[in-house]
Ligand binder design. Structure first.
Ligand SMILES: Cc1cc2nc3c(=O)[nH]c(=O)nc-3n(C[C@H](O)[C@H](O)[C@H](O)COP(=O)(O)OP(=O)(O)OC[C@H]3O[C@@H](n4cnc5c(N)ncnc54)[C@H](O)[C@@H]3O)c2cc1C
Length: 467
């Protein structure tokens, strides 16, 4: 194939993978969809990315940007035979400005590696997706990733100051800046969360945060889901926003305990994991406040960890939750919806009912503080009709969340998975406005086509006349 020959001439045979076994590996992300891959290439510089883009455009082959492939919405999976531009070799920390609290990093840098390498300076990168041991900063930018500690600090978009982007024309541009108040349109915010549809991020200017001097982690057990959810609402209503506020139901707690023995109580209906950070007195005050709210909502047990080993163990339990499900069944389908916190109990009730009605086994672990639900269905895809049941249940859960005033996704993105559900939250004019922005970046629609926006979102021709 001429495109592959030209890519090999550009990058060498080692960095152009097109053997059927390689293509099978890259046909999927961590979600449930797979797609046809022409080749996967591994550039090391923005100039190489730009050259790959130009070759793909010349040959009319769709381009799909890819990081670690841990996405759950099919964002890094091509729909039509496509060229995967995998940025994992662009994993350098280019420069750290300790005074300005920023760093320029490569998009292939693994999220946790950034914070680990900043530890001796007392700094960290705040977004901490549970996949942070594997997912890349570029992928985090692509999906606007969240994580337990994004409750107080905000999701990825709040921590990206600028990005270098290779556009569909093969141009290398920078959106955003380290200036405190950049005039003009905020294209940086448009690029974050655009799931590779506006270009390929080749460098990122990240904001660095100071490590807190003190922290406490509370593990609170409840005999009912209702009491746990009411505690979440009361904590948020108190105005003292903890650094993190996570919830797990009993099936998930049991799976985690069997997997990593984090010391969670298995005789309760739900646990809350709350983290408080700050200086000694403020941590003590907020910890007491959370304890008293939990007591007044019938907490069955409260454990407070202040030493770093015990806190790390409690967090290991939370961050291993998805892996723990592998003990239950060979496959899982992980949902990601958002509901108003005040309606957590009601929507959770509906979600359990939907799971039961479709006969699927479900475990729940989620970012309770921001109402971001993650019902997780464990299943065996080899069982006839099972996948269809899982998908039907998933659709109903999304609809229930939206009917309660919530939205489609809290952090995993839209990708292919939820593309056709976008009209549930956006009207025709909203979708058209988004499609116009995409077309301004990529008029040929060669950059990750078919993702995020449902087909037919663009209702106007290039002159602005309605089609
Ligand atoms: C066990 C597990 C736990 C998870 N926990 C969380 C969580 O807590 N929070 C959360 O938000 N997500 C979570 N995820 C989902 C996933 O890890 C995140 O979406 C992550 O940000 C994806 O990063 P990645 O490097 O794997 O990107 P990929 O999967 O490779 O790509 C994701 C999207 O970003 C685009 N993209 C990737 N790199 C670039 C680039 N350089 N330029 C432009 N676009 C690009 C891709 O085209 C695709 O649309 C979890 C996934 C798993 C498997």
């Amino acid at each position: 194939m001429p495109l592959i020959d030209e890519l090999v001439a550009l990058l060498g045979p080692e960095r152009v993978r097109h053997h059927p076994l390689d293509l099978a590996v890259f046909a999927k992300d961590a979600g449930v969809t797979s797609g046809p891959v022409v080749a996967a290439v591994f550039p090391e510089t923005a100039a190489e990315v730009a050259a790959c883009v130009k070759l793909a455009v010349t040959h009319g082959v769709p381009i799909v940007p890819r990081g670690a492939g841990t996405g759950l919405a099919g964002g890094a999976v091509p729909i039509d035979p496509g060229l995967l531009i995998v940025v994992t070799r662009m994993n350098q920390i280019h420069e750290i400005d300790e005074i300005g609290r920023t760093a320029w990093v490569g998009p292939g840098l693994i999220n946790l590696d950034l914070s680990t390498s900043l530890a001796s300076r007392g700094l960290h990168f705040a977004p901490d997706p549970s996949s942070q041991r594997a997912s890349t900063i570029g992928g985090n930018v692509g999906t606007n990733a969240g994580g337990p500690h994004c409750l107080a600090d905000g999701t990825t978009v709040a921590h990206i100051l600028a990005a270098e982007l290779v556009t569909a024309d093969g141009d290398i541009v920078i959106v955003g800046s380290d200036a405190p108040d950049l005039p003009g349109l905020d294209l940086r915010a448009v690029v974050v969360g655009s799931e590779g549809t506006l270009g390929i991020v080749t460098k990122v200017l990240v904001r660095l945060m100071q490590n807190p001097p003190n922290a406490a982690t509370l593990l609170i057990g409840f005999s009912t889901i209702q009491d746990a959810a009411a505690t979440v609402s009361r904590i948020i209503a108190s105005g003292s926003i903890p650094a993190a506020l996570e919830m797990m139901d009993r099936p998930m707690v049991e799976a985690v305990e069997a997997f990593v023995q984090a010391g969670y109580p298995t005789d309760v209906a739900a646990v809350l994991l709350a983290e408080v950070t700050g200086t000694g007195q403020s941590v003590a005050d907020t910890t007491s406040l959370i304890e008293s709210i939990a007591h007044s909502n019938n907490a069955a047990s409260i454990r407070v960890a202040t030493d770093s080993a015990e806190r790390a163990l409690l967090w290991k339990g939370r961050k291993s939750a998805f892996g723990a499900v592998s003990q239950k069944a060979p496959d899982y389908y992980l949902h990601d919806t958002v509901v108003p916190r005040t309606r957590l109990v009601e929507v959770l009730g509906q979600i359990y009912e939907i799971g039961e009605r479709h006969g699927v086994e479900m475990l729940n672990v989620f970012h309770a503080g921001d109402g971001n639900l993650h019902p997780l269905v464990a299943f065996d895809a080899n069982e006839p009709g099972m996948f269809e049941r899982v998908r039907a249940a998933a659709d109903e859960m999304v609809r229930a969340s939206i009917e309660a005033g919530g939205t489609l996704s809290g952090e995993h993105g839209i990708g292919i998975e939820k593309r056709d559900l976008m009209p549930l939250v956006f009207n025709e004019a909203d979708l058209d406005a988004q499609a116009r922005i995409r077309d301004a970046f990529d008029p040929q629609r060669i950059m990750n086509p078919g993702k995020v926006l449902p087909s037919g979102s663009r209702c106007f021709d290039a002159s602005g006349a309605r089609l």
